[in-house]
Design a protein around this ligand. Sequence first.
Ligand code: FAD
Length: 501
Amino acid sequence: MTSPERAGRPGRESRTFFSVGGRESMNGLQQLETKRRKLVALSIRAIEKLGQALRGELIEPGDVGYDEARKVWNGLIDKWPVAIARCSGTADVMVCVNFAREHRMPFTVRGGGHNVAGRALCDGGLVIDLSAMRSVRVDPAARTVRAQGGATLGDIDHETQPFGLAVPLGLVSATGAAGLCLHGGAGWLTRRYGLTLDNLISVDIVTADGQLRRAGEKENADLFWAVRGGGGNFGVVTSFEFRAYPVGPEVWFLATLYPMSHAASLLKAVRDFAAAAPEEFGILASLWSAAPGSPISEQYRGAPVLAVLGCYSGPFEQGQAVIQPLRELAEPIADFSGPMPFAQVQTFLDADYPDGMLYYWKSAYLRRLDDEVINVLIDHAARRPSALSSLDVWFLGGAFGRVPPDKTAFARRDVPYVLGIEANWRESSQSDANIAWARAVYDAAQPFAHGLYLNFPGFVEDGDKLLQGAYEANYPRLQSIKAKYDPDNLFQGALNIPPKA
Ligand SMILES: Cc1cc2nc3c(=O)[nH]c(=O)nc-3n(C[C@H](O)[C@H](O)[C@H](O)COP(=O)(O)OP(=O)(O)OC[C@H]3O[C@@H](n4cnc5c(N)ncnc54)[C@H](O)[C@@H]3O)c2cc1C
């Protein structure tokens, strides 16, 4: 199986932590062993000290809860950190960053644990775990929201919707807002209000020197520019301040399933409709399969479908008329559309992405969605090794496309569509086939593609090339801001942007 970095066992980490090198001569072996023992003892003492300095829990191999704490959403990920620091607040985060720097210990940062490549965890290093830092505070009058660095999308929606407000976020409620926002944040409100990162007002961030900084338009503006798209390269964000907008409580939701046999013509119809649709209408078309049971009628259970999904968040009384044409493209297999509380829309897809299942996701921005591209997508959809997998076309434009490419680090604004390539499966014996399928779709999309969305980057196989492609002209500026705030490149757990002064 192509599981990433499936290696290591508890006890091995100390050697990684204080690397003793591998080139000593045979007659130096005894000396080396003495040195190794000293270093292991030192590492244990250092970790003990870290545990004492934290207010939150420090979880180590062998502790009850270690195995639970090193689980992330994607069941493919199996990593063995040397310790997991479950931070209780900013002070703990500062302790962790200082510890990691002083001891030259590799580390990663965990927000919601939903990074598909498992970048929240590392083998043999420290995990700065923010999963206990999830508080959200809404200022309804100012329409602003403060969310701690471990808050999930569901945490934010839960607090904002009672005030009839929403921050533009993603589609599945257990996703971490931090990881999602730092590389973009696309969802039902993107065409109307832009990405999550476009709605960031400021961050509190602990940088590599262990200092807490505020970054916004007027304060550390270079850092603020960089975190809006630059991922976790610049520090640990302990708190995000977002703009919120009046949305809901009721909106019009679209979820109509059509037979796959009509997919080519219907996808063209959705494309043409989306080009002229109001920006309040977020639209996604998915080559997928119907659920294998109720409420799908018996003859269509598990059948391949084109699912046309959307959310109209504009004036409620206009919603039905706006979404109706996409419900009548042909005779549907099933139609779950109708008025729905926005909070429910935000959890509608949750059940399709359970914790611990096996996932591999890639993406490609598409320049066009013409017959040639549609045929490629339909052809590959027919070859999905797992009925749970899908090819999703997200319709962009609107507010997303109006942001100048150099306004934030997120450079790709001129593309009309992003293709999400989702391989989702249950049996580990099927991993190779599913990962190979997703990679084949990615390769087939390259002639029409313009880079990749960094929130769906596979296992970052293309490394530096992938990042340069995503950031284009913004890349050198990101590298120089990295050199200013993290000259020794401590923050490597993210998609790493190497510093360059
Ligand atoms: C089920 C599911 C649905 C999704 N839906 C969408 C969607 O609708 N729209 C969309 O745009 N994306 C979506 N994504 C992709 C998602 O945005 C990314 O996977 C993102 O990385 C998840 O963030 P997280 O905080 O949960 O990640 P984690 O795995 O916790 O962290 C990933 C990386 O983010 C960085 N990071 C996390 N927290 C912090 C912090 N506080 N400070 C600094 N760095 C931090 C670190 O570098 C870390 O390595 C979805 C993913 C899943 C699994």
